[in-house]
Design a protein around this ligand. Structure first.
Ligand code: T3D
Length: 262
């Protein structure tokens, strides 16, 4: 793995760190390809029970590296549709669908696709000094990487439009108050808090968490009837899991459960 994506595995937790701090962890094509490869491996590897995503240095991620997007006068415009189809969209999809919790620790500024990749996580913590910027409009683009999906659903259409059109910084505290992220943590506590939560989730009934994730992610596109049917089917499967049997047994025996994620 190149130095721009750091991967560390410990006790079922995979930590992924975006690591181009001198560019606020902006993505080059190679870095994004490697990020996708790590995400897909994390999704497929049963030994990985939870994922923690963060950035190194003072930023989380500034989105696409714009050095790779300058066009010489008369030169061909880059095909951003191809870039989204082959790199950004797969990353969002993998984060959203991987059958295990993804905790994101937003350690600093998250801009453009960097902001929306963070929002794709299941539990998003941000350092108090972090900020979220839908910077796309400043360079003539639209919010991508799920921005036009996540923003209106979490903060409402008026705030989504303001964030997208104005491209102003949204402070971490305001992001939490608006329901865009889960919580704000003091800067020097962020990594410890997010890691502790990710380890706790990874030691939990992760197959059940995967079904919870599936149901919640599906809900905004479903009618109540369809969602009730989905809950029925997923709960039926959950009720047949070893973790459910263990959870009930541990409760009745007044001991801590030992979940295996199946
Ligand atoms: O293209 C496709 O494939 C389609 C997909 C597009 C998705 C996208 O993400 S488009 C949006 C791209 N991102 C941006 O527009 C954000 C650009 N960055 C900024 O606006 C600012 O850097 C921030 C608001 C994020 C942070 O500002 P600040 O003042 O804290 O830091 P800075 O001084 O601007 O940045 C520090 C360095 O990082 C600086 O380099 P230098 O001067 O020290 O050599 C800056 O140029 C570099 N940097 C920051 N963001 C990017 C970047 N370099 C390349 N690409 C970047 N996106």
């Amino acid at each position: 793995m190149s130095d721009s994506i750091l991967v560390a595995d410990a006790a079922g937790l995979r930590s992924i760190t975006l690591n181009r701090p001198d560019r606020l962890n902006a993505f080059t094509t190679e870095m994004l390809n490697q990020f996708n490869a790590v995400l897909q491996d994390s999704a497929a590897d049963d030994a990985v029970r939870a994922v923690l995503l963060t950035g190194s240095g003072r930023g989380f991620c500034a989105g696409q590296d714009l050095n790779d997007r300058s066009v010489a006068p008369g030169g061909a415009a880059p095909d951003l549709g191809e870039s989204l189809e082959t790199r950004y969209n797969p990353a969002v999809r993998t984060i959203r669908t991987m059958p295990k919790p993804v905790v994101v620790a937003v350690n600093g500024v998250a801009a453009g696709a960097g902001a929306n990749l963070a929002l794709a996580g299941d539990l998003v913590y941000a350092a108090r000094s972090a900020k979220f910027i839908q910077s796309f409009g400043r360079i003539g683009l639209i919010p991508d990487s799920g921005g036009t999906y996540f923003l209106p659903r979490r903060v409402g259409s008026a705030r989504a439009m303001g964030l997208a059109m104005l491209g102003e910084s949204l402070a971490a505290e305001q992001a939490a108050a608006w329901g865009l992220i889960w919580d704000v943590v003091e800067d020097d506590q962020l990594l410890e808090t997010a890691t502790e939560v990710a380890i706790r989730l990874g030691g939990g009934p992760t197959a059940g968490f995967a079904k919870t994730k599936q149901a919640l992610n599906a809900s905004s596109g479903n009618s109540l009837d369809v969602q009730l049917d989905l809950e029925r089917d997923l709960q039926q499967a959950a009720g047949r899991s070893d973790d459910y049997a263990e959870g009930v047994a541990a409760f009745l025996e007044k001991r801590s459960p030992e979940f295996e994620g199946r």
